[in-house]
Ligand binder design. Structure first.
Ligand code: NOJ
Ligand code: NOJ
Length: 489
């Protein structure tokens, strides 16, 4: 164990004692280099996620407010990250991943016995029966995606071996029934209002729709791989994609439509959409809001700028440099603070964009994305820049983006307590951790952002709508998007 890590683990006990004191220690810049911090914190965050998984049930966190519950949304996002990693290098740090996924599978089958729009459950798997903002429809979509990734991993791993038939049967008998139940639910409910990712706004949520679109598209491909079909997926996915594109508003993506909230619509959940639906094969596609797409970059700027003046801890940080990011500017929960999850998402989108440009060996700046780039390089002009034509300039721009992304990680470093136990939020005035301690989602967000930083990609999910509607393009929306939206009371 590295000395810095050991030190942090040792100091955890003393930190617990001081947990309620607004200790100035929290605000001391971390002394290790950013690289060392990220390496150590990544292991702490992996362990932080695993500590919060009880027999496959992901609890949200461990303290005030009462987070000893499981949310379908955050459980699925956590397992998506763990499953992605399962296919990579980290097995020595996490040898039991398959057992955990198997337990997750079992626990989700139980959760699915009730209403799929129920967002929150007791740790024993029974639906929460207190008052809550329900239904929330992103959970089934996120779960379908996590399990589709897992099914594909198993199939890919078995290849043509003697195991292949058993794996096929396992996927068809045990995994597909859970996925298809979620997909059918999405097909039935996607155009009805529900509560958003923050469990506050009743309306049509961009995050929910984009997660639903992804789930249907990749569910359809998985069905094909196992010689089944999802006809409803093929019909509904383009309708959702068309509807998603009506959320765009000059330079940002509205978080919610058809809602009665009084917000402007700028919300970091749109950044979360772009990282969740990232497809390494998609290119910088606006329609599926890829991290490197002009719209997603403009939106990144709009969201970030909305927090620059809002939080005292951001004051004095110049344009073009990272600031602490909250959920949406009008947030008042716990006084309205930056969240670890959203600040890390701001970094992750940029790391992903950089990976996408690297893969394509070019990037394009258009009128939509120009202000984003101008914050970093004030004299840059619109155009397509190829690595082959000017490698030095290509590298300069990508490095500027990487440095900007690292700025978000450095803020996280600054506001992470010495034991690495990430909370839900940090105080807008002094950076002290706020709300649920060891919040699973914060650890998951750190873990995935750190992975992207070192170039670990996600899996393609045929975001173009392949295979069945291969040639689908947005201009076809006028015929596809006869969307009747059912606005709830
Ligand atoms: C209030 C928060 O604003 C909301 O997002 C959260 O889901 C609930 N508390 C429950 O913890
Ligand atoms: C509150 C957040 O608003 C919600 O999105 C999340 O699912 C729960 N906490 C649990 O982590």
């Amino acid at each position: 164990m590295k000395a810095a890590l050991l030190l942090r683990v040792l100091s955890a006990t003393s930190l617990l004692v001081n947990a309620n004191a607004k200790s100035i220690d929290h605000q001391q810049p971390r002394e290790d280099s950013l690289d060392d911090f990220i390496k150590d914190q990544q292991q702490i965050s992996l362990q932080g996620m695993l500590n919060n998984i009880v027999d496959g049930v992901v609890v949200a966190g461990r303290s005030d407010p009462d987070y000893w519950f499981t949310w379908t949304r955050t459980a699925a996002l956590t397992f998506k990250i763990l499953i992605e990693r399962l296919t990579r290098y980290d097995l020595e740090h996490y040898p039991n991943v398959s057992d955990d996924v198997t337990d997750y599978l079992k626990s989700q089958a139980k959760l699915q016995s009730g209403d799929l729009g129920e967002p929150k459950f007791y740790v024993n798997g029974t639906a929460f029966d207190g008052p809550w903002n329900r239904p929330q429809q992103d959970g089934p979509a996120l779960r379908a995606t996590a399990l589709t990734l897992y099914a594909r991993y198993l199939i890919g791993h078995a290849g043509d071996s003697v195991m292949a038939i058993d794996v096929h049967d396992h996927v068809v008998d045990k995994i597909w029934p859970i996925i298809s139940k979620d997909l059918e639910h999405i097909i039935r409910c996607w155009n009805q209002t529900s509560f958003d990712i923050w469990e506050e706004t009743n309306g049509s949520s961009f995050f929910t729709l984009s997660a639903s679109h992804r789930a249907l598209v990749e569910g359809m491909s998985l069905a094909k791989e196992i010689y089944l079909r999802c006809d409803g997926c093929a019909v509904t996915a383009p309708q959702i994609l068309c509807f998603m594109n009506s959320f765009w508003d000059v330079d940002f993506m509205h978080a919610n439509l058809n809602s009665k909230d009084q917000r402007r619509g700028i919300d970091a959940s749109s950044i979360l959409s772009s990282i969740h639906t990232y497809d390494p094969k998609a290119g910088c596609t606006d329609s599926s809001f890829q991290p490197c797409s002009p719209r997603a970059l403009a939106n990144h700027k709009a969201v970030i700028d909305s927090f620059r003046q809002l939080y005292a801890i951001n004051h004095g940080i110049p344009q073009g440099q990272a600031v602490a990011v909250g959920r949406y500017p009008e947030d008042v929960s716990h006084g309205g603070n930056p969240w670890y999850t959203t600040t890390l998402a701001a970094a992750e989108q940029l790391y992903l964009a950089r990976l996408q440009w690297q893969d394509r060996k070019e990037f394009t700046i258009d009128e939509t994305s120009l202000p984003f780039f101008r914050d970093l390089l004030p004299t840059i002009l619109p155009g397509t820049y190829r690595q082959s034509s000017d490698p030095a300039f290509f590298d300069l721009v990508l490095s500027a983006v990487q440095k900007y992304a690292d700025g978000y990680m450095a803020l996280i470093q600054r506001y992470t307590p010495t034991d690495g136990g990430l909370s839900e939020q940090f105080d807008r005035n002094n950076g002290v951790p706020v709300s649920a301690s060891n919040f699973t989602w914060s650890h998951a967000a750190f873990y995935t952002a750190a992975n992207r930083r070192i170039g670990i990609k996600g899996f393609p999910w045929s975001s173009w709508g392949e295979p069945s509607n291969n040639a689908f393009k947005l201009w076809q929306c006028h015929s596809h998007a006869r969307v009747t939206f059912h606005v709830g009371s």
